[in-house]
Ligand binder design. Structure first.
Ligand SMILES: [Mn+2]
Length: 304
């Protein structure tokens, strides 16, 4: 089975640098050997151009969104690349960089689906608009923009299609802003936050989500994994770690079950920051996540 890799060394989603070294770190840790080990053929390795910007000008273009124009350009280019990749190849793997890239991934991926579903595995909802965000960090806004909410330039980065908020499944969130609760509620986003997961149990939550997926007749899935879905103690090398997160076995269980639908065709792995990591601990967990993705794709999506 053919796979595309898209490297997106973006750090303009927040003000913390170091996350731009994520893709290179993942390569150094043996990404391509791993891809080959699971029997995939690498179709193409792309890298999205990241313009240079100076920190002092970050709010010049828009006082509510940091690095407005840089994030816009990067996501436009990414959307176009993901559109081409998902059109021609069974699997597209997008490596961050920070989670602002989720916007371009979704806008590209949605072009080749009748009714796209998005699984967002993350400690955060990333569904703020520039009006609800407390930080002005664009990595907390991609889901809102993808649904057509917020800044008019970001909501129009690529073609006409918009993501249906009812097709978003957020799993594992536990650091949620008040405005995000309101958006999730108003637009009927499927929010499976940590309190709900503790209450119902992870297995039941995943079962419920996958039943909803069937009911909604979702044909393709974009799976977006933020390494901060894992508990703070496992991932020192990420920008915004939060306690009460998953352990690696729980995260693997989630990934495996989503991929087992056979509908996943584009996947983000984001927010590894090698500069603040401790003895490559977060990098090793990131590779475990990627291994689980490849293993599950081989098991459930093998069309060769
Ligand atoms: Mn995120």
């Amino acid at each position: 089975m053919k796979i595309n890799v898209i490297k997106v060394p973006v750090m303009y989603g927040s003000s913390k640098s170091g996350v731009e070294y994520g893709p290179r770190k993942i390569e150094e840790m043996g990404l391509y050997e791993l891809i080959k080990k699971y029997g995939f053929e690498i179709n193409h390795i792309n890298e999205i151009y990241i313009p240079i910007a100076s920190e002092i000008n970050k709010l010049d273009k828009n006082e509510l969104i940091k690095y407005h124009d840089e994030n816009l350009l990067i996501n436009k280019n990414l959307a176009k690349t993901v559109d081409e990749c998902t059109k021609n190849t069974p699997i597209t793997l997008i490596l961050g960089g920070d989670h602002v890239l989720g916007l371009g991934s979704i806008m590209g991926s949605i072009q080749n689906s009748e009714n796209l579903g998005v699984f967002w595995i993350d400690a955060h909802c990333d569904i703020n608009t520039e009006h609800t965000s407390f930080t002005k960090n664009a990595h907390g806004m991609p889901l809102a923009f993808a649904c057509g909410l917020g800044d008019s330039e970001f909501t129009k980065i690529y073609k006409e299609k918009k993501l249906n908020p009812e097709n978003i499944f957020i799993v594992g969130a536990r650091d949620i802003d008040s405005g995000e609760y309101e958006i999730c509620d108003k637009y009927r986003v499927n929010l499976f936050d940590m309190p709900k997961i503790h209450e119902k149990g992870l297995e039941n939550i995943i079962k419920t989500a996958l039943t909803e997926l069937e009911n909604k007749k979702i044909d393709k899935i974009h799976l977006s994994i933020d390494v901060d879905a894992l508990d703070k103690k496992y991932v020192p090398g990420t920008g915004t770690p939060v306690e009460d997160g998953f352990n690696i076995e729980q995260l693997k269980y989630i990934i495996k079950n989503i991929i087992a639908t056979g509908k996943v065709y584009s996947i983000d792995v984001v927010e590894l920051n090698p500069r603040i990591d401790n003895n490559n601990q977060t990098a090793y967990y990131t590779m475990e996540i990627i291994t689980c993705i490849l293993e599950s794709l081989k098991e459930y999506n093998d069309v060769t």
